[in-house]
Design a protein around this ligand. Structure first.
Ligand code: FAD
Length: 354
């Protein structure tokens, strides 16, 4: 590791005072299970400890990396400097207009734990996003989405520490510039540390049940009324049948974005590739199913040493155990090259490569 520590007389006492751990293994803190280490790691439990930890690292000019659940990362190396986790897991509810409720959760809360809590309180809205791994703090970074709902659809505001101006700021939807698996927080990575997130749920929030695989799952249980809970159960059932559980086989969910192309480009590709799976976007462009393309090129189930493409899901890359981030990147480049050659489109990677 490129160590950041040299002779530093106050280091040991600061590490103890701020509860900073040294040389922390990260294999159980990233869902690929890749071996890597954090040179230093600490958890900020409140505003004061966040500021103190940042000052500690900034005084020494250390890099700072924010780690959530590690479910959207490819660790290819040890992380120098301070790896910072967010420890606030509180969930609070407040009345909002239109009989809705504003739920505010700390960045350290598990995303699915928040979904479960809102449903237990009788508030619909997050059910389609059930079982997405990771933390509340990371959810707005890539505007998580699944089964017809994106975070932006329920978003009210977030509170974040802005590192360049050294202050807490509250950002609304326009400030965050959310897009498909993207946001200003992602584009300005490193500048923002999300400490809490406020979403609107309950009241007249509509159930979204038209996503094909979700609708098919719901249709199997037509004996009762469709509620937020039955939608959540259906989403969980579909996810468990389609996505490998990171506790069993290391992965970061969908690995590539579905590329979006102009209608003319799509027409050309479709002429050559019969049956290509695609979705029309509201703006007239076409989203191509990256998994279909990878599958057609014969990569599903491919294995390169300890890493590979999942047997059932060509969009999911996996670590069978003992693989490394570097090994995975070799396969990633191979797949990107093959898709570019065959279809003329570039696949972009969803997880952050560290
Ligand atoms: C099996 C599986 C299924 C998945 N399914 C989906 C899905 O359906 N839809 C979807 O959108 N995603 C999905 N994902 C991806 C992933 O779960 C989400 O992107 C999730 O939001 C990542 O959260 P995390 O806490 O694990 O973030 P990490 O992987 O720890 O970090 C991701 C990025 O966010 C940054 N970050 C983390 N916390 C903060 C914070 N508090 N403030 C600022 N930056 C922060 C990190 O620095 C990093 O850049 C899936 C992943 C897996 C493994």
């Amino acid at each position: 590791m490129d160590s950041v520590t040299e002779s530093d007389p106050t280091l040991e006492s600061d590490l103890e005072r701020l509860n900073v751990q040294r040389d922390v293994p990260l294999a159980t803190r990233n869902t690929f299970g890749f071996e890597a280490r954090a040179e230093f790691l600490a958890t900020a439990t409140d505003d004061a400890s966040l500021i103190a930890l940042l000052e500690f690292a900034e005084d020494r000019q250390w890099p700072v990396f924010i780690l959530g659940g590690g479910s959207n990362l490819v660790l290819t190396r040890d992380i120098p400097g301070l790896t910072l986790c967010l420890g606030d897991t509180r969930i609070q509810y407040a009345d909002a207009p239109g009989k809705r409720v504003h739920v505010t959760a700390g960045a350290g809360c598990g995303w699915h734990a928040l979904v479960v809590d809102t449903l237990a309180h009788g508030h619909a809205g997050l059910e389609n996003l059930s079982l997405i791994p990771g933390t509340v703090g990371a959810a707005p970074v890539q505007n998580i989405g699944a089964y017809g709902v994106e975070l932006v659809d329920r978003f009210v505001s977030l509170r974040a520490w802005h590192r360049p101006s050294r202050q807490f700021m509250t950002l609304g939807p326009d400030d965050c510039a959310f897009a498909y698996r993207d946001s200003r927080l992602k584009r300005e990575r490193g500048d923002w540390i999300v400490v809490s997130l406020t979403l609107a749920v309950g009241g007249d929030t509509p159930l979204v049940t038209d996503y094909a695989s979700l609708a098919a799952q719901l249709a199997k249980h037509q004996d009762g009324a469709i509620t937020a809970r039955t939608v959540s159960d259906a989403v969980i059932a579909v996810r468990q049948s389609r996505l490998p559980d990171p506790a069993v086989i290391g992965n970061a969910g969908s690995f590539f974005h579905n590329p979006i192309v102009k209608a003319e480009t799509f027409a050309e590709i479709a002429r050559e590739h019969n049956g290509i799976v695609s979705y029309a976007m509201p703006d007239g462009r076409i989203k191509l199913a990256a998994g279909w393309m990878i599958d057609r090129l014969g990569y599903r189930g491919t294995r390169r040493g300890a890493v590979g493409v999942h047997q059932e899901q060509a969009l999911v890359l996996v670590n069978h155990g003992g693989g490394s981030g570097e090994e995975l990147l070799v396969l990633v480049r191979e797949i990107q090259g093959a898709v570019k050659d065959a279809y003329g489109v570039s696949l972009t990677v969803e997880p952050l490569i560290v």
